[in-house]
Design a protein around this ligand. Sequence first.
Ligand SMILES: Cc1cc2nc3c(=O)[nH]c(=O)nc-3n(C[C@H](O)[C@H](O)[C@H](O)COP(=O)(O)OP(=O)(O)OC[C@H]3O[C@@H](n4cnc5c(N)ncnc54)[C@H](O)[C@@H]3O)c2cc1C
Length: 305
Amino acid sequence: MQRTIELLVQATAADQILLQESMSRHTTFRIGGPADIFAVPRTIEEAGQIVRICREQSTPYYVIGNGSNLLVSDAGYRGVILQLYKNLREISVDGETMTVQAGAMLSVMAKRALEHGLTGFEFASGIPGTVGGAVVMNAGAYGGEMKDVLEEITVLTGEGTIETVPAAELELGYRHSVIPERGWIVLGAKLRLQKGDPGQISARMEELRQQRVAKQPLDLPSAGSTFKRPEGNFAGKLIMEAGLRGFSVGDAQVSEKHCGFVVNKGKATAEDVYRLIREVIARVREHSGITLEPEVKLLGEFSAQ
Ligand SMILES: Cc1cc2nc3c(=O)[nH]c(=O)nc-3n(C[C@H](O)[C@H](O)[C@H](O)COP(=O)(O)OP(=O)(O)OC[C@H]3O[C@@H](n4cnc5c(N)ncnc54)[C@H](O)[C@@H]3O)c2cc1C
């Protein structure tokens, strides 16, 4: 690991490489132990260098955006976390095309779309993630999803090449894409929006914002919907019907406000959340026969995993 650190510091700048950085500072759950190395590349070239060094040194690496769909274990991560969020977030608009770097926040992109009178991205305005994470997850809300607007992405492959991949080749489905299994890092994306009426776009965003405020526990740390929506049903409804509203393990709790969310009431550990998730899955299965699947990505070691 020492050699990896030396090479990374040479290839980037010392202040871009943090050691034993607590992942609780980089996830919306506010949970997670230390990453051995936390790298914040300033350019796409630096991101490429970091990946090359990791591969040459056989050091594991993992890329994150805003950490809003992530549960990192209490032991943290043994390897390099690459955060593409602080620096790589340029956005440009040309006609109906929006071109972005992977670290651009969806909320900022939605604002920019509004400024240019472009419609089609209102659905994403309240999702607290980067476009990189949103493409990987095919994030969606209120009837829209990334698949509807994505034209192509630029990726860094495991072999170190930069390639452009059309959206049609990403197998975008419900909270799914082929990106993780291909080992790609999303560097940027091109979206196709349409000309619209700024008044209507703004009103729709405001309407969706109010719906989120009314229904979601936005006052407590979480990773959004903890479970995927089972075919023809809703995770929150199944959890509520199983009598689990407010069910807790330590400081991790099934939200009182929205049973589809697990929230951190203050000092929840990753293990608390993990045990809660397993218990919810078991009890919902017992009650309804339906097996819930986590939407939240787990990173690092968990007990009994
Ligand atoms: C309050 C709240 C509300 C939410 N509402 C919604 C919602 O309505 N709809 C919805 O779909 N989601 C929702 N989410 C979940 C989350 O915001 C989305 O999944 C979001 O797209 C994740 O983006 P991120 O940048 O935070 O990704 P992260 O959590 O950092 O990463 C998610 C996954 O993507 C991978 N990844 C991230 N960036 C890259 C990259 N550049 N290249 C390759 N892989 C990458 C990571 O390795 C990880 O596997 C919500 C979360 C919260 C906390």
